[in-house]
Design a protein around this ligand. Structure first.
Ligand code: SF4
Ligand code: SF4
Length: 160
């Protein structure tokens, strides 16, 4: 039995399997959901028009079908728990899209420090896309380019 509540952060053993490399390199991002605690929450499920997110009841942690996920990003826009990430590998580089709620807002081209689930700095990356937070209920979405091996670990960023 995992003790993530006591530990305060998630380890790989707590999480679902990662998307297969063929999906990560297929040319479009794929969602990865790090929501493991049973809580009454379902905006991700309700937002997915492609039936990629399954939930037997509102308390169930969501289950994602990587084959059905089109990378549309509807779910990451509405998750109140900041628990959804978009992952992609393209031309040998890794890309992670996250929700970002700090000021100043990030801009395309900004260099950022990368942090893992434990809050440890693990490298640096570059913002390649930034959604205006005014268009997403004051939460910014940003895509960060990084070493491809880091997409499985990087879950927060901070402007350098
Ligand atoms: S990215 Fe789009 S298709 Fe994929 S799980 Fe989220 S809402 Fe569904
Ligand atoms: S919207 Fe976010 S916090 Fe709520 S169930 Fe889905 S992944 Fe979990």
């Amino acid at each position: 039995m995992s003790n993530y509540l006591e530990r305060g952060y998630l380890e790989r053993e707590d999480l679902p399997p990662f998307p297969p490399e063929e999906r990560l390199t297929s040319g479009k991002p794929v969602a990865y959901i790090e929501c493991v605690q049973p809580i009454p929450c379902s905006p991700c499920y309700e937002s997915c028009r492609f039936d990629a997110i399954q939930m037997d009841n509102i308390n169930d942690p969501p289950k994602l079908d990587y084959e059905k996920c089109t990378g549309c990003m509807a779910c990451i826009r509405v998750c109140p728990g900041l628990a959804i990430f978009m992952l992609q590998i393209k031309d040998g580089k890794g890309y992670v899209t996250i929700q970002y709620e700090f000021l100043p807002w990030l801009q395309k081209g900004d260099r950022v420090k990368l942090y893992n689930r434990k809050g440890e700095e693990v490298g640096e990356g570059t913002v390649t896309w930034a959604l205006n937070p005014e268009r997403n209920d004051r939460t910014q979405l940003v895509t960060i380019e990084m070493n491809k091996d880091l997409i499985y670990e990087v879950r927060a960023v901070r402007k350098r």
